[in-house]
Ligand binder design. Structure first.
Ligand code: PXP
Length: 236
């Protein structure tokens, strides 16, 4: 059965709007656990635009759920990962100007650094995934670099419709089959939501589905009414 990893970066995005310490990231992790998720995902970006170093250390220390650290293969972040020792690390490409991770890793062009990064993390018993576009070629590249797992980028699937979506789903299925054939763990994420999750969850061998934005957006509306009611009862 597939598992749910919840990305709580956008809880930190909201906190950074005021930098007053709320909403608290550990409290968010507790709510995610109470909701039945299997892991917590955070992306410690080089520009620290949402999640910061302290968040990562606190989430590890509180040990609420296994921690999945999304990270660039940069010396600075690798050093932190080796110190924190999350259960999982997902290596992602990172551009400073992007709003969110735009594409999968270009494994072929970054082979040396990716091999070294995977090696170091694995020595610390961190399970290493590569975030890749859903192609058989990328899966093979990830395997040849020593990745334990791949996270297939579902962004194109999520942003398409009709026939194009079916084509993207086929790509995901082929890449998934190759992942299993090569003995790697199969994860997926990006752009998944309440409407498009079913076909992805049904891909054979699918393990961890990492979902953030749609869940945090939904939480605004499942929580706003009761938050207002509480304030109304204090005022009136
Ligand atoms: N997986 C990876 C590797 C990501 O970079 C992201 C976005 O931070 C996600 C999953 C979650 O994507 P979304 O927020 O669109 O659900």
């Amino acid at each position: 059965m597939s598992k749910l990893g919840v990305n709580i970066d956008h809880v930190a995005t909201l906190r950074q709007a005021r930098r007053e310490g709320i909403p608290d990231i550990v409290q968010a992790a507790c709510a995610v656990a109470a909701g039945g998720a299997d892991s917590i995902t955070v992306h410690l970006r080089l520009d620290r635009r949402h999640i910061n170093d302290e968040d990562v250390y606190r989430l590890k220390k509180e040990n609420i759920l296994p921690l999945n650290l999304e990270m660039a293969a940069s010396e600075e972040i690798v050093k932190i990962a080796l110190d924190v020792k999350p259960a999982y690390a997902c290596i992602v490409p990172e551009k400073r100007q992007e709003l969110t991770t735009e594409g999968g890793l270009d494994v072929a062009s970054n082979r040396d650094i990716l091999v070294k990064t995977a090696e170091k993390l694995k020595e610390s018993e961190i399970e290493v995934a590569f975030f890749i576009d859903p192609s058989v070629e990328s899966v093979r590249e990830a395997a040849s670099c020593g990745a334990d797992a791949v996270e297939l980028h579902t962004g194109r699937y999520a942003n398409s419709s009709g026939r194009e979506r079916q084509t993207e789903l086929k790509k995901l299925k082929s890449a998934a089959a190759e992942t299993l054939k090569l003995g790697m763990k199969l994860n997926a994420g990006h752009g998944l939501n309440y409407d498009n999750i079913n076909p992805v969850k049904e891909i054979e061998g699918m393990s961890d589905l990492n979902i953030g934005y749609s869940i945090v957006c939904r939480a605004v509306f499942t929580g706003l009414e009761s938050a207002v009611r509480e304030m109304v009862s204090l005022i009136k």
